[in-house]
Write a protein that binds this ligand. Structure first.
Ligand SMILES: [Fe+2]
Length: 530
């Protein structure tokens, strides 16, 4: 296999491109194989990374499923695997790594039972779990708190973060001890009488003041969509920013927020009857049904009454991750990774498909970044337009931007690309796509499998900063922490982690947030390539 790095002056396409043949994707299966190794905070392994930009100080958190079978049963969806949280703390010229199982109720109950415990899953285990006759809805009744998907930090929250999934159950987590403190409880009165909060989003937005903006669904007599904010001064209270009536319970993993609007695609419904019938299987309850994209005005000072959302009807699409949203003179721009069918199946999530090269390479579904414009004024009012941004033959997802440009006009997004060689699912790269210049630049190594790359700013320019990512070396089955220069994507520093990390969810870097556990042990040199 040979590669060449070329820049096409016409298209601006800049990539290390394959010349002949398909990628081998050796060891890709390692992303879907168990690693139960634990390194507690007191046993953390540290690496010398002097030479990195001095502003890169804080704690990197990335979670993911790490155990895929237990007690003679195996998960069938990667989204159901028992979570593990990985922590890399960067300070004093060192990066210190620790990793611990996410001690969710689901994990603790499973340990106690000696097999995979009751709980709502995307797909059933093999062999399947069975509820006892005296509690036939045991999976529905169990707490869903396997929240390895994403995390958020409230300003002033010290070493405490909140772990998130697509439910309204948020988990308080102590990054010093790497333990769960409990469910994050709200003691407000936001939820309407006779309604229950059923669904949330794993992707809150910054509110610009150290808090976050979240999405929730209320189900009961009627269905309502809530957009609310959580302020760091009162983290137990949600303040409503918008509420609108919905004819169904939309399931959505992410949504868009601009200065004045929320953008909410309704393309999957969670049908509670199907959920009950299947005893808590999300794959049975999630029904693809494109009902349009709702744009609703946000009341930053607090909403007191339901709003009227404006519904747009572009060509139907499904989505997982929003790239960014912003307002222009005529409406709202909404950039999102879209799919032509429901995306929570296939080799991205199905463990059997992911482990089988012939099956994953035959996957037809692609995640394509598209830009939508939803007109709000003048002759554009009510009009939806769309254009393709990413390369349609590849899957481009797990987008990240410079958060200083969140909700604002921007040029650059970073994302993970599958089918980087246009034919091999496991051919993966990290893409930098400058929408203003049309250039694409990549971080790529053959048979290496990158996580989401999070951007940490180190200046005022949009690409002034670094990307932090965890990468699996497929041939060696070792995981590495990589710091890449976000301007040209070259590697600034890297070191091999002491454990292999399988599939990962979303990374966050909490600037200036540190563990209260002191002491540096087992220091090794990282490779500094500056
Ligand atoms: Fe996500």
């Amino acid at each position: 296999m040979r590669r060449s790095c070329l820049t096409n002056a016409v298209s601006g396409y800049n990539s290390c491109s394959f010349i002949a043949g398909a990628a081998t994707d050796v060891g890709y299966e390692g992303l879907y194989q168990t690693n139960a190794d634990i390194i507690t905070p007191s046993e953390q392994k540290c690496f010398d990374i002097r030479g990195l930009p001095s502003s890169i100080l804080g704690t990197y958190i990335i979670g993911g499923p790490a155990i895929f079978e237990y007690g003679g049963q195996a998960f069938t969806s990667v989204l159901d695997g028992f979570g593990k949280i990985n922590r890399i703390e960067i300070r004093n010229g060192h990066a210190c790594f620790a990793t611990n199982m996410l001690q969710s109720s689901f994990w603790n109950s499973s340990i106690k039972a000696g097999h995979i415990a009751p709980g709502a899953l995307f797909t059933e285990t093999k062999p399947p779990r069975k509820c006892p006759f005296y509690n036939p809805a045991c999976d529905m009744m169990a707490k869903s708190d396997n929240n390895w998907v994403n995390s958020v930090h409230l300003s002033g929250g010290g070493d405490k973060i909140i772990l998130l999934s697509d439910t309204t159950t948020m988990i308080d987590y102590d990054i010093s001890s790497m333990t769960v403190s409990g469910v994050h409880k709200f003691d407000d009165h936001m939820t309407k009488l006779f309604e229950v909060n059923a669904l949330g989003s794993a992707h809150p937005h910054t509110d610009g003041h150290g808090g976050f903006i979240e999405f929730g669904v209320e189900s009961g007599i009627s269905d309502y969509v809530d957009i609310y904010t959580v302020d760091p001064s009162d983290p137990r209270a949600r303040r409503l920013m918008a509420r609108y009536s919905s004819k169904s319970s939309p399931y959505l993993h992410s949504f868009g927020v601009t200065a004045n609007y929320a953008v909410i695609p309704h393309n999957i419904n969670l049908e509670m009857a199907a959920m009950l019938e299947s005893d808590g299987l999300l794959s049975k309850a999630m029904k693809g049904s494109f009902e349009g994209v709702n744009v609703v005005k946000l009341e930053r000072a607090g909403a007191s009454a339901p709003s009227d959302a404006i519904t747009f009807h572009p060509n139907p699409f499904y989505h997982v991750h929003v790239v960014n949203s912003f307002e222009n003179a005529s409406g709202v721009v909404f950039d999102v990774s879209t799919y032509q069918d429901t995306p929570f199946s296939g080799p991205m999530t199905d463990i059997g498909a992911a482990r089988t090269k012939s099956v994953r390479d035959a996957e037809k579904l692609r995640g394509v970044i598209k830009r939508y414009h939803f007109g709000l004024v003048g002759d554009q009012k009510g009009v939806a337009t769309e254009e393709v941004l990413s390369l349609p033959g590849r899957t481009t997802d797990f987008p990240k931007i410079n958060q200083n440009f969140a909700g604002k006009p921007y040029c650059i997004y970073y994302a993970v690309e599958w089918f980087h060689d246009d034919r091999t699912f496991g051919s993966m790269a990290v893409l930098k796509h400058n929408l203003c210049t049309g250039t694409r630049t990549y971080w790529f190594r053959e048979d290496w499998y990158p996580s989401e790359a999070i951007f940490v700013p180190n200046g005022i320019g949009e690409s002034e900063g670094v990307l932090l990512l965890v990468v699996l070396n497929g041939r060696m089955q070792t995981s590495h922490f990589v710091v890449a220069d976000a301007t040209d994507m070259h590697t600034l520093a890297e070191f091999q982690l002491p454990v292999r990390i399988p599939f990962t969810g979303h990374a966050e870097f909490f600037q200036g947030v540190f563990s209260s556990v002191r002491g540096v042990a087992n220091t090794s040199d990282a490779t500094i390539v500056i």
